[in-house]
Design a binder for this molecule. Sequence first.
Ligand code: ZN
Ligand code: FE
Length: 255
Amino acid sequence: MALLVHQFPCLNDNYGYLIHDTDTGATATIDTPEVAPINAALKDKGWALTHILNTHHHFDHAGGNEALKEQWGCTVVGAANDAERIPGIDVRVHDGEEFQLGNSVAKVFEVPGHTTGHIAYYFAADGAAFVGDTLFALGCGRLFEGTPDQMWNSLQKLMALPDDTVVYCAHEYTQANAAFALSVEPQNQALQDRAAQIDQLRAEGKPTVPTTIGLERATNPFVRPQSEDLQATIGLVGADPVAVFAETRKRKDHF
Ligand code: ZN
Ligand code: FE
């Protein structure tokens, strides 16, 4: 049994993901950023769409729900507590519940912050997490609806996953995120090394996503409030993690 992941670009800087349960042929798109590339990817792989797994309601994540549901008759899965904003929702999931795509099992995490109803899907047996706009490579989502405290708790849920968990983020924002990360944690050698690798990948037109929990733990300032370098740079030496996170997020908004 296996879960295959196929990644492809959508819109300006989104990533589309098809996931395919090899036992049963069940196939889901993680969000619906753009219909044409999703259909092209399905054709390319020879897979038939059975599910849409939404992370949140934003147009670049759920904008293709209705067209794809009409075309494929697929089942739309989304957050129970945001059901009114998920077009065509059929299955409403809550924090801690499991959703089964064929024989592949995803645990649902409610991760409010970017939006109040944002969720993530964690396939433990496959070591894969689909995190939408909550955690990015070297970044995190903007706090459009939630508080810093909520987002911090949400990020902690994801950071509790094993280091080798592969993290599939919804956007290619990494190079800009790296510039900010270096500005607030200039002494971090692992970050400096990673930033150089990112520049190289982007120069070659290659994606910097997915990432891993372990890599983010070592280099992403939004999950590193314990860093003395970060604390000193933003003037919050010894402050509590939420305060450091909140100030870091605020600075990124104006970077
Ligand atoms: Zn979003
Ligand atoms: Fe987005």
